[in-house]
Ligand binder design. Sequence first.
Ligand SMILES: C[S@@+](CC[C@H](N)C(=O)[O-])C[C@H]1O[C@@H](n2cnc3c(N)ncnc32)[C@H](O)[C@@H]1O
Length: 180
Amino acid sequence: MTKASERLVWAVETLAVEPADHVLEIGCGHGVAVSLICEQLAGGKVTAIDRSPTMVDMASRRNRAHVASGKAVFQAIALEQADFGSERFNKIFAFHVNLFWKQPARALGIVKQLLTPGGAVYLFHQLPGWKETSETQAFSKRATDMLRSNGFAVREVLAKDLKPMPAVCLIAEAPAITPG
Ligand SMILES: C[S@@+](CC[C@H](N)C(=O)[O-])C[C@H]1O[C@@H](n2cnc3c(N)ncnc32)[C@H](O)[C@@H]1O
């Protein structure tokens, strides 16, 4: 099995997984983050989706023991088409999934419905052109504005100096939906 990249190790450290967490990963790719998350779950669960059946196939094979134990569930589906029924998640994350930056209102509108009260979304991103701190700061500022304008409260903005390019993470909560 390939070694987890530094960026995904950092991402899962940032999630600070608790044993009973219910985590949703959007755009799981090879399922490397899911493997790291499962090591920390006991009683909790991670659901991972990717719109590419090929990626889900690879991710499921990589995590076959966790799938067999029920700790990990994979679905080949785009976020926009996914139906989780009444299931809700206390941590939802995506690393490098363009939907959040190209159609933020659509993606965040869906995420808002899927979070438990007090739950948080963790959006990780990296761009090949990023070299200077000023570039990650400018992106973080735009992403913060984008989250706020979609009704999220930004809890934390993190930057990590990684090679070959830095990464950022925005952690945000949706305000509690009060019954009318
Ligand atoms: C750049 S890759 C990143 C994979 C993984 N998160 C990582 O960082 O290694 C983006 C992944 O998100 C998936 N993806 C893109 N748009 C998606 C959507 N709307 N719903 C679900 N998955 C999506 C792609 O199929 C791809 O596997």
